[in-house]
Design a protein around this ligand. Structure first.
Ligand code: CA
Length: 443
């Protein structure tokens, strides 16, 4: 999987790509963008601080003849047609883009005309998301939250056998930068377990740090995907913020699980960082603690155990209105790592399809909140503030237990490995807006 497109010494003639934190020549993530001059959403690739128009490239005749059939995929208004193709098509596109953007590339002047400054484009959701599933694979998050509710039994007995998940809502998935309106709903104050609920704005609004997994080629209804073939259905990753209203959640979640506490908004980073770009940053799935059950055979694959995890550092930042007013940088709340997932993405996919449930190109899976076993990388305020009991110190006299209106949550991810160019997933950000009035009639 590692080839010439991963060589660290190679650079791009696009000057801003040199040492770019997220999008050097070795990344080439896929997205959908539009410009003020051409408002049509169309596929693009991020290179440094620029976006290359893939629809213009497809029509230019500069793509290799091997990719001639791919031209219609690159002029669509979503990436769904491209995602439906096997990995070999993405790989051929990656090689062609690399050759056009590398220092020794021909046709530079013509390709340069197809670049737009990233600061001047609008980024859209990269695909039409048919279905969205959120898992719960971050075991330290599950333990931390479980301890708050069930000190004697933080993990339920099924956790180490079954990748826990639920079907989320695709219609409210939004691209980074979209404001997030504080949800209204039924609330009960903590500790008032016998009081009647009231309805109003969530008082315990939170974020969840997750990875999003983009489905490539779909699977057939009634046909499980064997774990050894699961990777062939995964196109790439993004960052995902699963906004969560903890007070709504605590009241509504039994017996059927998350509903309105989660489906008011889910923010994702705009770029699909492909599994091809991430190839150098795969790592062994950490060994399970002694005494944990071995995965059932349909969830076990030796190759997946050897390479199935991602070596990705994950950061969460908070920017409050007061910080912005004084020109201060966002405050880092957490630095975590993607290796703290109890299940690999291949295991999640094999489990999702074991019953015959079909996945489609452009479906999105969330991993579940990723937290570290130690306090520096907790993936939610619920954990950082210990359920709202311990305010988090933001400096300059500011604290938070949960999010306030005007707060902006920013997540970033970086892959590093000696001998390779570091790449990132880009960022996902969202600013909290006040809840709308419920217009409750006066009694
Ligand atoms: Ca979640």
């Amino acid at each position: 999987m590692i080839d010439r497109t991963h060589e660290a010494r190679r650079t791009s003639w696009v000057a801003s790509a040199q040492g770019h934190a997220d999008f050097p020549l070795q990344n080439l993530p896929l997205g959908v963008f539009s410009t003020p001059r051409d408002r049509r959403p169309r596929p693009g690739v991020a290179i440094g601080d620029e976006v290359l128009d893939l629809s213009a490239l497809a029509l230019s005749g500069l793509l290799d003849t091997a990719l001639a059939d791919a031209a219609p995929l690159l002029t669509a208004d979503t990436l769904n047609p491209l995602l439906a193709q096997p990995a070999s098509v993405r790989l051929a596109l990656r090689h062609a883009l690399f050759d056009l953007l590398a220092d020794d590339a021909p046709h530079r002047a013509r390709v340069a005309e197809m670049l737009s400054a990233a600061s001047h484009v609008t980024l859209h959701l990269p695909a039409r998301i048919g279905d969205y599933t959120d898992f719960y694979a971050g075991i330290h998050h599950a333990l931390n939250v479980g301890r708050q509710f069930r000190p004697d039994q933080p993990l339920l007995p099924n956790y180490k056998w079954v990748p826990i998940g639920y079907h989320g809502r695709a219609s409210s998935i939004v691209v980074s930068g979209t404001p997030v309106v504080r949800p209204n709903g039924q609330r009960r104050a903590p500790g008032q377990d016998t009081a009647a609920p009231d309805a109003g704005p969530s008082r315990r609004l939170d974020y969840e740090l997750e990875l999003g997994i983009w489905m490539g080629p779909g699977s057939s209804l009634g046909t499980p995907v064997p774990i050894a073939q699961a990777e062939a259905h995964i196109a790439g990753l993004c960052l995902l913020n699963d906004w969560s209203a903890r007070d709504l959640q605590a009241w509504e979640y039994q017996p059927l699980g998350p509903f309105l506490a989660k489906n008011f908004a889910t923010s994702i980073s705009p770029w699909i960082v492909t599994t091809e770009a991430l190839a150098p940053f795969r790592m062994r799935q950490p060994a399970r603690p002694e005494g944990d059950p071995a995965p059932l055979p349909y969830l076990w694959d030796a190759d997946d155990q050897a390479h199935g995890a991602f070596d990705l550092e994950l950061d969460v930042y908070l920017s409050t209105p007061a910080m912005r007013a004084r020109g201060a940088a966002a405050h880092r709340l957490a630095r975590g790592h993607a290796s703290h997932l109890y299940w690999t993405v291949a295991q999640l996919l094999a489990h999702h399809t074991v019953n015959g449930c079909n996945l489609q190109a452009g479906d999105l899976l969330g991993t579940g909140t990723i937290s570290t076993p130690t306090p520096e990388g907790l993936g939610s305020l619920l954990e950082l503030s210990e359920g709202g009991r311990r305010p988090v110190d933001l400096g300059e006299g500011e604290t938070r237990t949960f999010l306030e209106d005007g707060d902006e949550v920013i997540m970033r991810a970086r892959a590093r490995r000696d001998g390779f160019a570091s790449i990132g997933l880009g960022e996902v950000r969202g600013i909290v807006q006040p809840a709308p009035s419920l217009h409750v009639p006066l009694s």
